[in-house]
Ligand binder design. Structure first.
Ligand code: UT7
Length: 367
């Protein structure tokens, strides 16, 4: 029997910080309103040279470094994202090429802000089935590129960033103990990016009518979120045969401080058992849970053996939770570090492109 242990974690955020004061220059809002209604004080904004794939690549390399695992050993890469670089190829394929994970299959997972939870649960199932041993699950976003900076309902909320976990199979019991994955498509219109898909490809009208930006019914999403966060946590704990008292730390999706506090109240736990960093990053969608986890570990709030719950919600509507027993690296440190692979990966990618070109010329496909 294989268990899926979380053996590596890493994050990467853009350099540029946008605080609430800066947003008051764009829309009719103020720092006091944003902090009291959301808990957010600042967020990171991707610069020109920072993309969903570049942030994901750096987070993945950091996670591999923590796990002592080389990219060549990765079997599967799942990138959960709502802001992929393209409709296709997948952002996961770009990451696979850039880190040099030449044995890995790679695909994107679209479940909005619940995507990282859905990715963890899928990776757990893949490892438990015995099909794969080493999986990278990444949440990466540049959602601020889809935000209407004239809409004060949404532009205050989102931020950019990426986070990644390495999951590895082991015969030792532990790792991911249970997972809950849920959807309710009847609420799809509550949080939507209307244009840019096959239903309404981007055109002059869609841009003119600003349909290529995020639209949200904040109050309804808030109501839904406060209902499902505690329920999903309890359901996942029941499936793992644990009680809330067994849990060291809850790491929720960082959307709004008030939603997190409401979930804590419903679970009858104090806020010191809940990780919150929405104040510094805003809502980074799929990246929020792995980023919060990295910060929880670096501040000493989780240690090997601790039980943790990851719980999230998002557009779709989607929601889910994962219960895990914290692990850490299970293999010794290699001589070459995963980050050294970046150069080798670039060289390999160049050689593959060159070979494809030369073959094209030889066989007359390219002049
Ligand atoms: O990953 C999932 C992503 N989405 C979410 O998590 C969103 C969940 N929803 C929320 O977090 C909250 O609903 C918001 C933070 C978006 C809004 O907070 P709220 O307490 O639900 O405010 P509201 O929408 O009920 O609006 C209250 C008032 C309104 O004015 P009136 O109609 O009462 O005069 C808004 O126009 O606040 C106004 N308002 C603002 N005022 C200053 C809305 N946005 C702003 C703003 N600054 N940025």
């Amino acid at each position: 029997m294989s268990y899926a242990h979380i053996t590596g974690w890493g994050m990467s955020v853009p350099k540029k910080v946008l605080d609430n004061q800066a947003i008051t220059q764009m829309v009719d809002t103020n720092d006091e309103w944003i902090v009291s209604r959301t808990g957010i004080r600042e967020r990171r904004i991707a610069g020109e040279d920072e993309t969903t794939a570049s942030l994901a690549t750096q987070a993945a390399l950091n996670a591999l470094e923590t796990a002592h695992l080389l990219p060549a050993s990765v079997d599967l890469i799942i990138v959960a994202t709502s802001s992929p670089e393209h409709t296709f190829p997948s952002t996961a394929s770009l990451v696979q090429d850039r880190i040099g994970a030449y044995r890995a299959g790679a695909y994107d997972l679209s479940a909005a802000c619940s995507g990282f939870i859905f990715g963890l649960n899928t990776a757990n199932q893949a490892i438990r089935s015995g099909d794969v041993n080493n999986v990278l699950v990444i949440g990466s976003e540049t959602l601020t590129r889809f935000v209407n900076w004239k809409d004060r309902n949404t532009c205050i909320l989102f931020g950019d960033g990426a986070g990644a976990f390495v999951l590895q199979s082991s015969e030792i019991p532990g790792g991911i103990l249970s997972g809950v994955t849920r959807s309710d498509g009847s609420g799809g219109d509550l949080l939507i990016l209307p244009a840019g898909g096959s239903f309404m490809p981007a055109n002059f009208d869609s841009v003119h009518n600003e349909l290529h930006y995020i639209q949200m019914n904040g109050r309804e999403v808030f109501r839904f979120a406060t209902k499902v966060m505690a329920n999903a946590t309890q359901e996942a704990l029941r499936a793992a045969r644990l009680s809330i008292d067994d849990v060291k730390l809850i790491i929720p999706h960082q959307a709004n401080q008030r939603i997190i506090e409401s979930a804590a109240r419903k679970l009858h736990i104090s806020m010191d058992r809940v990780m919150v960093n929405v104040d510094t990053y805003g809502n980074t969608s799929t990246a929020s849970i792995p980023i919060a986890t990295c910060e929880a570990i670096s501040s000493g709030r989780i240690a090997p053996g601790d039980k943790v719950v990851f719980v999230g919600f998002g557009a779709g509507l989607t929601w889910g939770a994962t219960v895990a027993q914290w692990s850490g690296p299970i293999v010794p440190k290699p001589l070459i570090l995963p980050t050294h692979f970046r150069f080798l990966a670039r060289l390999r990618s160049l050689l593959l492109r060159l070979t494809r070109r030369i073959e094209g010329v030889i066989w007359g496909r390219i002049e």
